[in-house]
Design a protein around this ligand. Sequence first.
Ligand SMILES: Cc1ncc(COP(=O)(O)O)c(C=O)c1O
Length: 389
Amino acid sequence: MSQQDNKDGTKKLTGTALFYSLIAKAKELDAIVLGRGDPDFDTPANIVEAANRAMQKDNLKPSPVEGLLDLRKAISERVKRINDIDVDPETDVVITNGGQEAIMLMVLASIGSIGDEMIVPEPNYSTYNDALEFAGGNKVGIPTLLENDFAVDPELVEQAVSDRSAALLLVSPNNPTASVIPAATMQKLVNIAERNDLIVLADDIYDQFIYDGGVHCSPQSLEAGKDRTLTLNAFSKAYAMTGWRLGWITGPSALMAKVKTIKASVSGPANVVAQHAGIEALTGPSDALEDMKARYVRRRQVVLDAFDSMGIKYGMPQGGQFIFGDVSHLGIDSVELAARILEEEQVLIYPGGAFAPDSKYYVRVTFLQPEAKLKEGLERMGKALSRMS
Ligand SMILES: Cc1ncc(COP(=O)(O)O)c(C=O)c1O
């Protein structure tokens, strides 16, 4: 799937498959991981305790396929409070096995027939490309550029629309570029979707991580978007719950009925213990999240300073937990560059080429390590790069 042939006919890993092979190698070398996107924080104790309490209860009953009503209610309140999205917890929310499953469900629900097109601002989170391929859809990529801080250009989206267009992907903050779609642009994008009857796939997983006073805007909160948007979110990033595999989709009831039918055959309901933990995450204290956000602000600056000193250009990261930098001055394909940094200095970063074909001279560095370790990793990365220049 996410593989291409090398000149000698062997398979070259790309996308998610490439990430997994790099992660395995990093583990073998006990490397400093500045590649993958899991928070380095432990899941807050109150959330773990809620899961423990749920397990002690002898009435731990199976969940309906769309998830426990109490969790769906907590999600409806959360998306109203944070995203200004109005949903009915009875019909418009489905709990998923993390954001990853939500991606597949949203793509399957929006690609009606083989050859349907999804417009995708690139570079983008590669799972969308894999899911689209599995669903038999075609990607119509539109570029976003470092010079414009990787902003999504509505004119390019408009030009990409064809009579096969079914969906438009909007990830804000975006992974890997860390760009945030401002409200005025979001309005234009949603208007294009409405005019052309497209389903909007919105990924809000980084909505808590916006920097420099920026504001997050959910397409589902806009009048033109509310009846055509499926919105993904998850507990992985904001609650340090990657391993719990818990996320959700919200959307208009007709589309959500489709999501629910697909979920029933893909995996059934999400794990009930994790769902109880999710209720606590959304309704309990939020100090851990606030602390995490403050640390990310400082760590982002550490990476920006290090990129400046290494001569790596970047678009200003407005959100997320990573920085996407241009290493074209070294003239080395980023897949090879990442492999060399890993071998020589035991530091894992992700090659840009895994996110989009045009990003082969970019790298993504995450700041999901304590500051001292982050600094050490960046120093070692700098040493490796100076040997290459
Ligand atoms: C944009 C985006 N969407 C979805 C996901 C999947 O999240 P989860 O870990 O909950 O499966 C990720 C993970 O990094 C992501 O970056």
